[in-house]
Write a protein that binds this ligand. Structure first.
Ligand code: ADP
Length: 457
């Protein structure tokens, strides 16, 4: 400031002296006045440069001045830089928050006081079929037209969520969403959406499972108590009594197999995964399958004496199949179950072929092909569900519980194997199990008996 006053006085003095020199005492006064105006105009020009720069707000174009205006522009530049830094920092933080919301597995939408979309993450866009560019600032009430949501939105009671079908839900591929609005600020709302399809399906499966278990247990129990009551109240002929007792034993056995199946499933779910320490010769597993299949085939067709044509790998092939890692009892039960099903569902004199082939990746495929009734494609995806049967009465007739393939699937999953079902209705089915190379090794096995290669029993 002192410097500024000094410059002003010096200007005046210089103007006065110049006027004195040119025109005497009057010239001194005129010179001083002209000097004041020159100084004032020069100062105004400097100030105007600062004001023009401040209007533009371009940090890089700050004028380089000395004196008071220099200091003003310098301080303004520093303040602007500081503010710019703060804005950048807040913007970065905002971007981070938005990226976190984008990474959320749930849908998030910010609605303004008018219920229009201000921001939405990709998940919400997919849930509601929103176009993130086109639908910005559009009313959510207009965009989401599902009647359940419209009723929820109109009622303005957001204390709980509404469950509705997703925008791209189809009967074949249903999508269920749980949607809730959370008011905040001045009339604004946060809309959260969550895909609850799997949860709902699990709940439906749980309910079905409980209903199935009670049905499966209750039915034979009702029959059993009916027979008990009959035996208690009526005096029957010894022949009749024997027949009733046989039927009772049959129902008791049925209940026992259901309970046994459920226990097996729960044991499989609770036990640790089988490691790579226990090795079993594949030939031994297949041989046991063959023994069981022949016994079952003979059991199912004692009257007509017509049995299945069972085709298994030759003894020599069995001995060269190497070993497989995993829980022997589990593997045996899974493979036997597939062979047993083929025997049970294929009419007498049909044929069943069991093969073991290595694939190019070092894995192996165990396949059971039958010439049975085949399975309609609509049932195939559901066959491994607990208690799911295509033909309930056929399954029951042959001692089935509807749990066999569920157990097989569990066992195979635990061994890193995959079950594949191919079937042509009226022609037959092929149940294949693909074992990974990591569970196989080429150690030999010596069979202690002769296994026939192709036998019609
Ligand atoms: P179940 O004890 O009823 O046999 P599973 O879980 O083993 O139960 O099989 C489920 C259903 O799959 C069976 O009820 C049957 O309808 C069908 N199924 C299984 N294997 C075969 C097969 N080889 N041929 C035809 N249908 C089959």
């Amino acid at each position: 400031m002192f410097f500024r006053v000094m410059v002003f006085l010096c200007c005046q003095l210089a103007g006065g002296l110049l006027g004195w020199w040119q025109m005497g005492p009057w010239g001194a006064a005129v010179g001083a006045a002209v000097a004041i105006w020159v100084w004032f105009t020069w100062d105004m020009l400097r100030g105007t440069r600062v004001v023009r720069w401040l209007r533009q707000g371009e940090l890089a174009q700050a004028p380089r001045l000395h004196g008071l205006w220099g200091e003003v522009s310098d301080r303004a530049r520093r303040l602007l830089r500081q503010m710019q830094g703060q804005v950048q920092e807040s913007e970065q933080r905002l971007q981070e928050v938005l990226s976190a919301l984008q990474a959320s597995p749930n849908g998030v939408i910010f609605l303004n006081a008018a219920g229009c979309i201000e921001w939405s993450n990709q998940i919400a866009a997919a849930h509601f079929g929103i176009d993130l560019e086109r639908d910005l600032l559009q009313s959510i009430g207009n965009l989401v037209r599902h009647p359940d949501f419209s009723a929820y939105y109109a009622a303005r009671d957001f204390s709980s969520a509404v469950v509705m079908a997703g925008r791209y839900s189809t009967p074949a591929c249903p999508v269920r969403l749980s949607v809730q609005l959370h008011p905040y600020g001045q009339g604004r709302c946060l809309l959260l959406s969550r895909d609850v399809t799997a949860l709902e399906q699990a709940e439906v499966m749980r309910r079905d499972f409980v209903a199935n278990v009670s049905h499966e247990i209750r039915t034979p129990l009702t029959v059993l108590s009916g027979f008990v009551e009959t035996l208690q109240t009526l005096s029957l002929a010894p022949e009749e009594e024997k027949r009733y007792l046989a039927l009772m034993a049959q129902q008791a056995a049925r209940m026992q197999s259901v309970v046994q199946g459920l226990l097996t499933l729960s044991r499989l779910e609770g036990s640790p995964l089988p490691g790579l320490t226990e090795w079993t010769p594949v030939g031994q597993l297949l041989r046991a399958c063959e023994d069981e299949a022949r016994a079952l085939s003979a059991l199912l067709a004692p009257a007509s004496q017509r049995v299945h044509v069972l085709q298994f790998p030759s003894l020599q092939a069995l001995q060269g199949m190497g070993e497989i890692a995993g829980a022997q009892t589990e593997l045996q039960s899974a493979l036997s179950n597939l062979v047993g099903n083929a025997v049970r569902y294929t009419p007498a004199s049909g044929s069943i072929t069991v093969t073991w082939t290595r694939d190019a990746q070092g894995g192996a495929v165990f396949a059971v092909a039958d010439t049975g009734p085949g399975i309609d494609p609509v049932h195939i995806a559901r066959l491994t569900e607990r208690f799911y049967r295509v033909d309930r009465s056929r399954s029951r007739e042959t001692g089935g519980t509807g749990l066999g393939l569920a157990i097989v699937k569990h066992v195979l999953q635990r061994h890193g194997a995959v079950l594949q079902i191919d079937s042509v209705p009226g022609k037959g089915s092929v149940f294949s199990v693909c074992f990974p190379a990591s569970r196989l090794r080429p150690t030999g096995w010596k069979a202690d008996g002769v296994v026939p290669t192709l036998t019609a029993l």
